[in-house]
Write a new protein. Sequence first.
Length: 251
Amino acid sequence: MRTPIIAGNWKMHKTVAEAVELARGVRDAVADIAGVDVVLCPPFTALAAVGDVVANSNVGVGAQNMYYETQGAFTGEVSPLMLKELCQFVILGHSERRQFFGETDEGVNKKIKVALAHGLTPIVCVGENLEQNEAGETNVFVGGQVKAAFDNVPAADAVKVIIAYEPIWAIGTGRNADPATANSIIKESIRGVLAKMYGTEPAEQIRIQYGGSVKPSNVVDYMTQPDIDGALVGGASLTVENFLPLVKAAA
């Protein structure tokens, strides 16, 4: 059985003080909930403070991005050596990173390998845009992203990676993918591709989240799908009131 994981991607929201307040609220609200992994992914500026708040609790911490070099003349970047002191997870290849900051499949693959080498758990994002979706290219495109992300990643490491299927047209738009359709894409284009790369058993171990306008009103429909193992949540992770029902539904 795969343990579901609900990860809140706060994106570019929350000052340190606001992050501390939200982290305290989430920590206290989920303290007695078992059967689900909960991860908060604040901005870099709040990682240390949020880590202090959730220390010795059942809440993990993740970063929203990472560079693939461990140190050097890379102004503005953050390395795995810096992150491993502050968190356990790192989101890699989010569509906003790809769209606005020019991230490539090759770069995401490098980041995955470096994160794993330093004991960080990658949450790797894949997903198609609206044009690709409407053209019927979803399966080929998403499958290609998965192949590229896991290129030369051994099976023993691959099973540690979490994948988030996030159709780009559903992120922050209020439009969400039909749960059964999302499950089918995850089963065929993600888990199916992983099975061809690593075999059925490793592919069945890898946790795959759905992301894209997940909220309390639709979360149960996703969590009851057999191949969806939680959610990577944007807007609904910014308040305890909206985030808590997602954790409960996954549990």
